[in-house]
Design a binder for this molecule. Structure first.
Ligand code: ADP
Length: 525
């Protein structure tokens, strides 16, 4: 073909337009159509097709010069093409012959085909075909010309695929962030929030749109920081750049009580990791925030357990040992009353020890396997009276009384466990009313439920702790309450027994002083 001088100018203009379209990230289909139109026109072709490789097959992605109703014919024909045409001269010739026959089947006028692979870095993405109405082989020039367009088309496809992959990756990351149970935030180098996930929003009370753009120190406010350095200080000192002594850590761990937006407090542990460029400059800080309330609670329980148990074990053991030592001294001649008194103390303290051990075993068994009940017929008034009989012998200061109507129903329940509950409530009523007073166990019932209450005239409970006394090892933190010995297990076990029966237990303060502990149970059949 004879090259007109404006030929190169047209080619350049076309290529310029196409690369602008690629840069502007126009729709891929649009760019490929531009490529085809330009290539077809420059090569004086009739029809242009871009087929992209998808796995083992080629599919038409853009078509030019074919009426839409005929486009599907090319689709069907392209399916006959091998995905790798081969590279030897013979293979290429055979490939072109095949293409020509395909084209002629669509339109007998299409007698020549110029086809070139579209490749980026040895990756063959597809093929550009230009079909012409005249016979003969395409020239070297035709190929050179088409190559420039094929290259552009390859870049457009490559870019679009990369863009789609990046987009997909971004969406995947966003989904991971949003569905993570841990709080996650991403900070810019100035430590302003770039991303704030849903879990973190839940933890802190700051919604993502409120937190985004704010400085880390505004949204992460420590009521008390117990472990780890201050992030802002660390970054000011050059974190995470490795210092010469290699002491700068790659991640920072901080733990403490975080102040939420509404002023309440949450125990969290935050791990900060730095994302840096090749020169070690900070690009982002990625922080993982974990709610450690349960962990802390477990720690607290463990230490409470140890202090309570060691204290509670030591006292009776010391008393038993003291009395046993004294009574067994050879040089002393104790009178009967003193010996009796000493033995009573030893017996009581041994009982206390046995009860403590029993409670501890119960509590750990409860955790491991839940509460198992043995059902029989239970008379709660009888249990109340037996309890009163037993405890009245231990105190002169208190007057114990049971108030049940004679028709109080028999219920289905575990006698041994329910006796344990009533005994515990009565024993607490005595323990926590050191001035003495009246202790009344009363009953009430409806068609479906029975209720038992134990009322005392003692020290009562701080209103905000009425619920908490049922927690494991929980003891009211006041000097009055702490005067009485205890492990904080009694009400925890009572709560477990009542719940296992399908009932509920609660505490109230009496208007005229003292506390009332009540439980209701279903009557059963
Ligand atoms: P313990 O008595 O061994 O400490 P409990 O689980 O029986 O454990 O009780 C938990 C806490 O509830 C007690 O430490 C006490 O502070 C409080 N409490 C229980 N009963 C009463 C009561 N009748 N009056 C006031 N406070 C009580």
């Amino acid at each position: 073909m004879f090259l007109l001088p404006d030929y190169r100018v047209r080619q350049r203009d076309y290529l310029l337009n196409i690369s602008r379209a690629i840069t502007a990230q126009l729709d891929l289909g649009e760019v490929l159509r531009m490529v085809l139109q330009a290539a077809t026109s420059m090569l004086s072709g009739e029809v242009g097709i871009i087929a992209l490789r998808e796995g083992d097959v080629f599919r038409t992605r853009a078509i030019f010069g074919v009426p839409p109703e005929q486009a599907h014919l090319f689709d069907a024909l392209l399916e006959e093409l091998p995905a790798s045409p081969g590279s030897s001269e013979a293979e290429v010739q055979a490939f072109h012959a095949r293409l020509r026959s395909i084209a002629r089947r669509v339109d007998p006028a299409l007698r020549q085909v110029v086809a070139l692979p579209m490749s980026v870095a040895d990756d063959m993405l597809g093929i550009v075909f230009i079909f012409r109405a005249y016979a003969g082989a395409p020239t070297q020039n035709d190929y050179q010309l088409l190559q420039s367009f094929a290259d552009q088309a390859a870049i457009a496809v490559h870019n679009a695929r990369m863009y789609a992959a990046v987009n997909q990756e971004r969406q995947r990351l966003a989904a991971i962030l949003d569905h993570s149970a841990d709080g996650v935030m991403i900070l810019d180098p100035q430590l302003r929030v770039e991303r704030w996930n849903r879990a973190l929003s839940h933890m802190t009370g700051w919604r993502p749109e409120q937190a985004t753009g704010r400085h880390h120190d505004v949204v992460i406010r420590w009521r008390q920081r117990e472990i780890g350095p201050d992030l802002t200080d660390m970054v000011r000192q050059g974190w995470p750049r490795q210092r010469s002594d290699h002491t700068s850590p790659e991640t920072i761990y901080v733990e403490g009580d975080l102040e939420r937006l509404d002023g309440s407090v949450l125990s969290v542990g935050i791990t900060y990791a730095a994302l840096t460029d090749e020169d070690g400059r900070l690009l982002n800080v990625i922080a993982n925030v974990r709610d450690i309330t349960h962990f802390r609670e477990a720690e607290r329980l463990k230490s409470t357990f140890i202090s309570v148990v060691s204290h509670e074990l030591k006292t009776p053991v010391a008393l038993i040992k003291g009395y046993a030592d004294a009574l067994s001294r050879d040089d002393a001649d104790w009178d009967r009353a003193t010996i009796k008194n000493g033995l009573t103390v030893i017996e009581e303290e041994a009982d206390r020890l046995a009860e403590l051990i029993e409670n501890l075993l119960e509590a750990s068994k409860l955790q491991a396997e839940g509460m198992k009940l043995t059902y029989d017929d239970v008379s709660l008034p009888a249990l109340a009276r037996q309890s009163i009989e037993r405890f009245q012998t231990q105190t002169d200061k208190h007057q114990l009384r049971a108030v049940f109507s004679p028709d109080f129903p028999i219920i289905r329940g575990d006698t041994k466990r329910l006796r344990q509950v009533i005994d515990n409530l009565v024993s607490n009523a005595i323990k926590y009313s050191p001035q003495g007073g009246e202790i009344v166990i009363s009953g009430a019932f409806t068609d479906t439920e029975v209720q038992v209450s134990v009322r005392d005239q003692g020290i009562g409970l701080p209103p905000d702790q009425l619920q908490r006394v049922f927690e494991r090892f929980y003891r009211v933190d006041s000097s009055l309450a702490q005067k009485a010995q205890g492990t904080g297990l009694g009400l925890y076990l009572a709560d477990a027994v009542i719940k296992a029966h399908g009932g509920r237990i609660w505490a109230e303060n009496n208007p005229d002083g003292g506390a009332t502990f009540s439980f209701v149970l279903p009557r059963g059949d």
